[in-house]
Design a protein around this ligand. Structure first.
Ligand SMILES: Cc1ncc(COP(=O)(O)O)c(C=O)c1O
Length: 482
């Protein structure tokens, strides 16, 4: 007999789940129902005092006769599991002792891995600054105003409200040229890569910056895409070295992780390459909103929307836990990306999409980004000041934008510095973590350095984190004769 949910919430505000098929034994349906109800009481699933559904509704739901239900109830009343009183229906008896729960097995828990005392790993915004009240207000408005169709299957392109809001926002804040029909909502940058390469919308080989996020390289390798390291210099990626690759992945606004924007000439050069070779540029705009001293760097996408896939997410601006991102696509890829997503939205919650749309349109997103920009700028300034005071021999780079900086170290000192930081309770990564395994010393000389994420600690913990960091840095040269 089929499993069944009996919904009698209208009367008692609860659902009763009975599975007659899972109560095998002798006898017919009456016996099976008795066993199923007894099990529900015994196991404590039906608490003492709980009112059972009327015969008629339980019978209808289970597809059995009303009398069968009445007989089963009567039997259980006779056994003392249920009570039946005029006017208050049939209830689980107060004295019906649920099966004693097994004593929990006491296992010696492994010691909880304690996080580092000072977390200066790049990657996450200040989690204590998530704009809870403003997000809740947007969520509430989105929910109140949502038409009923919102609660049906979602459009794989994403909600139009969000795509419209992004069209306006990205044009205004990032210089992106698009329209809602070219935007596909996804759950973040990593998801965008999976959609583009995992389903064959784009093919490798893919040129990537010689220093970048290993997680993304691994994801691409898993999708069968060969990544080719592109050397970096002070002007960013050497796009003049692009050869037979079909696509290139860049972080033009703020090279990840070394910092610095892609030089204006290289921005044009990479578009020229894409036009000449039929290639495509993937623009990872992971922290484009966070710029401090320099003029805003608009999206490369604005130079040629038909040659660039622009990808962004809220992972740095709001939280990586929301899993919301967007792809701005050349027209020729829209159909394939939608096909890769499937018939229905399976990734990004439609209510979160509507909340983000409201968050952007109401101005809350701009306000939040402005507030966080000030906060991160002040942290950046404190980092630079602490280094100037305690480690003036250490060069700090990549500080004009973003949520992390790179401290350049004397050759050969990176590993020992990361170790020393660990001793000081500071978690951070060395630049080696980000280096493409196939990058050669001849093409891309090794850079010794550490990546300091200054957004992660909460406000009150930041000062102590800086102090511990400075204590871990290699000493400078002794002054002569000193
Ligand atoms: C280089 C880089 N790209 C993209 C992202 C965003 O990834 P996602 O949107 O998958 O969270 C991050 C991390 O936030 C990143 O460090």
């Amino acid at each position: 007999m089929a499993e069944s949910w009996v919904n009698y919430a209208e009367r008692i505000g609860a659902d009763l789940h009975l599975d007659l098929a899972a109560a095998p034994g002798p006898g017919g349906r009456r016996a099976a129902l008795i066993r199923a109800l007894r099990e529900a009481v015994c196991s404590g699933r039906l608490a003492p005092g709980t009112r059972l559904p009327p015969y008629r509704s339980l019978a209808a739901d289970l597809g059995i006769a009303r009398n069968t239900v009445a007989d089963a109830y009567a039997e259980l009343v006779a056994e003392g599991w249920l009570t039946a009183r005029q006017g208050s229906g049939t209830r689980v008896a107060e004295r019906a002792e649920p099966l004693k729960r097994a004593q929990p097995v006491i296992r010696r828990a492994p010691p909880r891995a304690r996080g580092p005392r000072h977390d200066l790993r790049q990657g996450t915004p200040d989690a204590s600054a998530f704009p809870r009240a403003a997000w809740l207000a947007s969520y509430r408005r989105a929910l109140q105003q949502a038409p009923n169709e919102v609660f049906g299957p979602g459009d794989p392109a994403g909600r139009l409200e969000l795509r419209e809001a992004l069209t306006e926002y990205l044009a205004r804040a990032r210089g992106v040229r698009t329209e809602p029909g070219r935007i596909v909502i996804c759950s973040g940058f990593a998801h965008a890569l999976r959609l583009l390469f995992g389903d064959g919308v784009l093919r490798g080989p893919l040129a990537v910056e010689a220093y970048g996020l290993g997680f993304h390289r691994e994801l691409l390798t898993a999708a069968g895409v060969r990544t080719v390291p592109l050397p970096l210099d002070e002007d960013g990626a050497r796009v003049d070295l692009l050869a037979r690759e079909r696509a290139v992945l860049l972080t033009p606004a703020h090279q990840f992780p070394t910092g610095g924007p892609l030089h204006a000439e290289r921005r044009s050069a990479v578009i020229d390459w894409a036009r000449a070779r039929g290639g495509v540029v993937l623009e990872d705009d992971y922290d484009g909103e966070f710029r401090y001293d320099r003029k805003p760097v608009g999206a490369v996408q604005g130079l040629d929307p038909e040659r660039v896939v622009f990808i962004g997410s809220v992972s740095k601006s709001l939280s990586p836990a929301l899993r919301l991102g967007w792809m701005v696509l050349p027209e020729r890829y829209v159909g394939d990306v939608l096909a890769a997503k499937g018939e229905r939205e399976a990734w990004a919650s439609v209510l979160d999409q509507l909340s983000l749309a409201d968050f952007i349109v109401s101005g809350a997103y701009d306000r939040h980004v402005r507030r966080m920009r000030q906060r991160y700028r002040s942290r950046r300034d404190r980092l630079v000041a602490a280094l100037a005071e305690h480690a003036p021999h250490i060069e700090v780079t990549g500080v004009a934008a973003g949520l992390h900086a790179v401290l350049r170290l004397p050759p050969g000192t990176e590993r020992s510095t990361v170790k020393a930081a660990t001793w000081q309770g500071v978690a951070l990564d060395g630049l080696a973590e980000f280096r493409h395994p196939e990058a050669t010393e001849a093409d891309m000389p090794v850079r010794d350095g550490i990546v300091v994420g200054y957004a992660t600690p909460s406000e009150h913990a930041y000062g102590a984190a800086l102090e511990a960091l400075c204590g871990a840095l290699p000493p400078g040269e002794e002054p002569e004769g000193g």
